[in-house]
Write a new protein. Structure first.
Length: 454
């Protein structure tokens, strides 16, 4: 426990100058000046903003001795330079020095002891917290949980012995630690959705606070139901049964609370399988496109043979159309309506567009336009916000200027995208809506002049 004491200036020591009170000797003044020097040292060295009494914890260790030695050297130096008229005056100066130094030293030592004790108990508290944190980090290793618990209990015993706690204080501190220790473990297991949460709760619930116990009991029961339902659904899913057969199995579960949970997890597994299958097909389709693009460079007549016919009919047809156009005209002509609609799709549903498989769009977009869509598909959230603002303004400009023909809209979008991209490249991708709007306006003016020139 922390001892309390007040730091104050050393009072006038009775008897310091008593025998000189009625003397007219200047020796009295010299001794008084020495006392003032000591008081000034105390004020400036001990009580200043960066002085001794600002030191905390371990940093104060052995500092009393260091400061007092400096003070003693200072006073000895001052005394050695004073010329006293009375032979006894030097002895009085030395006596004053010893009295004041001892007084200052006593208070400094008390402060040092108090700070070191606070530091010591801070180390103990940190060790207890460290033991708890280690148990959490290795919560699936019972031996580490046990050793961490024992370490913390031993530290609390050391603290009790040092502070001479009574039995009631000691037991209260143990109870508080155990409650915090096991509550943290149970909550950590719950975050992992692990059944150990229930096991630890049943084992140590008597050590938990009443309020936490009531709340945990509900959460633990819910977790247990979820774990049981999850495992049941996982096993059922592994059988790869038809929906009717799954329902027959679920109907046999006696605990009716579990039925909706099992269906939920079963649907989750189905959804995950569907997403995995879609991703696999997407990668398969993209790889097939790469094969076709490569063979078209060297042996275009064989390109059709490289189409993966295990993919969807739509994908097969896109590849056939792409090969046909490349063989006949060496390039792909963009489907303007498709291009414009892709911009609308991105604007209206950013997340859906990011998840879109665009590989087959190669058959309806020129290489340049496909790259534009590919870049848009990989926008960051911040970039999408600015794209959305740009799109809003482009739409407004087109509407205000009565631009309604698809080909004109397409040409203006392409022209504007290029202008915005060049500007932002020039300005190290710094995005500014106001300057973006100016660029769009300027692009319209240049575009109109270009049209008039034609």
């Amino acid at each position: 426990m922390t001892q309390e004491f007040s730091l104050r200036k050393i009072p006038f020591i009775e008897g310091d100058f008593a025998e000189f009170d009625n003397s007219e000797s200047l020796d009295n003044v010299r001794i008084l000046e020495l006392s003032n020097i000591i008081d000034e040292w105390e004020r400036e060295i001990l009580f200043s903003d960066n002085g001794f009494y600002t030191l905390k914890g371990k940093s104060v260790e052995n500092k009393t001795k260091e400061f007092i030695n400096d003070l003693e050297r200072l006073i000895n130096s001052k005394i050695s330079k004073i010329i006293f008229k009375d032979i006894n005056s030097r002895q009085q100066a030395v006596l004053l020095k010893n009295i004041k130094i001892n007084n200052i030293k006593e208070k400094m030592e008390l402060y040092e002891q108090t700070q070191l004790k606070e530091w010591e108990f801070e180390v103990y508290e940190n060790s207890i917290n460290s033991a708890k944190e280690r148990a959490l980090l290795y919560k699936y290793k019972p031996e580490i949980i046990s050793s961490s618990y024992k370490k913390a209990i031993n530290i609390i015993k050391i603290m009790s012995d040092k502070e001479k706690w009574d039995n009631k204080t000691f037991e209260s501190r143990i109870k508080t630690f155990e409650s915090d220790f096991y509550l943290s473990l149970i909550k950590s297991f719950m975050e992992d959705k692990n059944i150990n949460a229930s096991i630890f709760y049943e084992k140590y619930k008597d050590k938990l606070p009443k309020d936490d116990k009531e709340n945990l009991e509900f959460c633990i029961n819910e977790l247990k139901n979820n774990i049981i339902a999850y495992n049941f659904a996982k096993e059922l899913f592994s059988y790869n049964l038809q929906d009717k057969e799954n329902e027959k199995e679920i109907a046999q579960v006696k605990n009716k609370i579990l039925e909706p949970l099992i269906r939920h997890f079963l649907n989750e597994f189905k959804s995950e399988r569907k997403k995995a299958k879609e991703k696999q097909l997407e990668e398969q389709n993209e790889n097939n496109w790469k094969e076709i693009l490569e063979i078209l460079k060297t042996e275009p007549d064989k390109a059709v043979l490289y189409i993966d016919f295990s993919l969807s009919k739509e994908s097969q047809n896109s590849k056939k159309e792409y090969i046909k156009q490349i063989k006949n005209q060496k390039y792909i002509k963009t489907d303007i309506e498709k291009f414009i609609n892709l911009f609308k799709e991105l604007y209206e549903n950013y997340e859906k567009f990011k998840a879109k498989n665009i590989s087959d769009l190669r058959a309806v977009l020129s290489e340049e336009d496909f790259k534009i869509i590919e870049e848009l598909k990989n926008l960051t959230e911040e970039e999408y916000i600015y794209f959305s603002a740009d799109y809003d303004y482009i739409s407004k400009v087109l509407s205000d200027n009565s631009v309604t023909k698809s080909e004109e809209i397409y040409n203006f979008i392409k022209y504007t995208i290029s202008a915005l991209k060049n500007d932002r490249k020039k300005n190290n991708n710094e995005i500014d809506l106001e300057s973006g709007n100016r660029i769009i306006k300027s692009a319209l003016e240049r575009y109109n002049k270009k049209k008039e020139g034609k």
